[in-house]
Design a protein around this ligand. Structure first.
Ligand code: AHG
Ligand code: MN
Ligand code: MN
Ligand code: MN
Length: 335
């Protein structure tokens, strides 16, 4: 019998999707479902942040030199705990931890996947009720199954990602993830507490009228970067008029870009000689997603960002990401 279903939830989708991959073991699907569950737990906390005692600083500084917020800490603990009890994850590296964690119980150690994550992105937005997110990235480990993870498992170039995704806690909560073959968006239906497929096979527009960069640092950018930014600043009313947006949360910038097109740039400046965003936790997963959507992502020297081999877990990197046409224009200005 054929049922006429309106929407599929995340579990149903990942299980249906397995049929497209003969020989698949379902481990990656299982891992994605576990991340989805952790995201729902974080979402509940995010949504009551105003009434629970969870706004504000945790009173610590993390390895990035940033003040840790209580929600940064909550999201980090929640997702690590979920991954630790999952049988599909061998280890995790997080923006909030000094180094990676290897889960050395029998099941986890036999898993082939490791996860890298930014548990709470845009945490400066928490206290003002503006969008925040979670970013994750999945690699196949290089160390043999049955042994503890090694640093090298986590330092693979982004092109080696098996999957990547983000959760945006915005006007609605969405989970967007890419595998090597697909990019899908799910919206949380709060009435049933499930992520439901709402944005199948996402594609980023080739061109758009939105650009996003922190203009406060404009005079600190080098000349080529200023030239790239100037491409989008009309000096004559007859020129194409671009709209400038800057939310202060990479997840929100990338989500808007996926839906409406545009370019998001986070160049190097001043003391941030490699920009501010992290290669492993932020830029690699978002670049994987953007390429899967048909967009592009480059770094300084016009290098494809996904080709960069990380040398350190917490390293930072300049990024220019979004609609292919707009990234190509910026690439010419940076040459
Ligand atoms: P996080 O909250 O995970 O530390 O990341 C915040 C990042 C990023 O999401 C955002 O684009 C950027 O910091 C904003 O930095 P500026 O306000 O310095 O531009
Ligand atoms: Mn941070
Ligand atoms: Mn972040
Ligand atoms: Mn963060």
């Amino acid at each position: 019998m054929k049922f006429n279903r309106q929407v599929m939830n995340l579990d149903e989708f990942t299980i249906q999707d397995l049929k497209n991959y003969p020989g698949a073991t379902g481990q990656l699907s299982g891992l994605l479902r576990d991340i989805g569950l952790a995201a729902k737990r974080v979402n509940v906390e995010v949504n009551k942040a105003g009434i629970a005692d969870i706004l504000g600083e945790a009173g610590k500084t993390n390895v990035q030199g940033e003040a840790v917020k209580k929600l940064d800490e909550f999201a980090n603990d929640q997702i690590i705990n979920s991954l630790a009890s999952s049988i599909y994850c061998a280890g995790v590296a997080s923006e909030e931890n000094d180094t990676f964690i290897s889960f050395n119980d029998e099941y986890s150690m036999n898993s082939k996947y490791v996860v890298l994550m930014d548990p709470l992105d845009g945490s400066g937005n928490i206290d003002v009720n503006v969008s925040i997110g979670t970013i994750f990235s999945v690699y196949r480990r290089l160390s043999p199954n049955g042994t503890p993870c090694t640093l090298e498992d986590f330092l693979q170039p982004g092109s080696q990602q098996i999957a990547a995704g983000y959760i945006i806690y915005g006007s609605s909560t969405m989970l967007v993830y890419a595998t090597r073959r697909t990019l899908q968006g799910f919206t949380l239906d709060p009435s049933i507490g499930e992520f439901c497929l709402s944005h199948p096979d996402l594609k980023v527009p080739e061109d758009s009228d939105i650009f996003s960069v922190n203009m406060g640092y404009y005079h600190l950018y080098d000349e080529k970067v200023r030239n790239a930014v100037d491409l989008f600043m009309a000096t004559d009313a007859k020129q194409k008029i671009y709209r400038h947006r800057f939310v202060g949360c990479m997840v929100a910038e990338i989500h808007r870009t996926l839906i409406q097109g545009g370019i998001f740039m986070y160049p190097a400046f001043g003391k941030y000689t490699n920009g501010r965003l992290r290669l492993c936790y932020e830029c690699n997963p978002m670049s994987f997603i953007m390429e899967k959507a048909g967009g592009r992502s480059i770094s300084a020297g016009n290098q494809r960002l996904l080709d960069v081999k990380p040398t350190e877990l917490h390293e930072r990197i300049p990024i220019f990401i979004g609609s292919a046409g707009m990234v190509t224009k910026v690439e010419e200005a940076l040459r």
